[in-house]
Design a protein around this ligand. Structure first.
Ligand SMILES: [Zn+2]
Length: 84
């Protein structure tokens, strides 16, 4: 799709690193699938990916981590997403 930020580039499938902070905890998710603008580098996360990211973050935070590198486990493509 065309990038809505710079209006020049087009997004391509790739992977990015997402950092989430809450209170004193920092979670760094690696290998998160995303659409990335080839011009300005803006990252677009699919809503299913975003959901999975947040629920995985919740699990990590409940373990009481302060700083954690997490390998993101993507929801299987084509599989039914469980209703939350
Ligand atoms: Zn752009």
């Amino acid at each position: 799709m065309k990038c809505v930020i710079c209006q020049h580039g087009y997004t391509e499938k790739g992977f990015t690193t997402v950092t989430l902070e809450r209170n004193e905890s920092v979670l760094v998710f690696k290998q998160v699938p995303a659409d990335i603008c080839d011009n300005c580098g803006e990252v677009y996360l699919d809503s299913a990916i975003n959901q999975a990211l947040l629920s995985q973050a919740e699990n990590e935070l409940q373990r009481g981590v302060f700083l954690e590198m997490v390998n993101f486990t993507a929801p299987k493509v084509g599989a039914e997403m469980p209703l939350l």
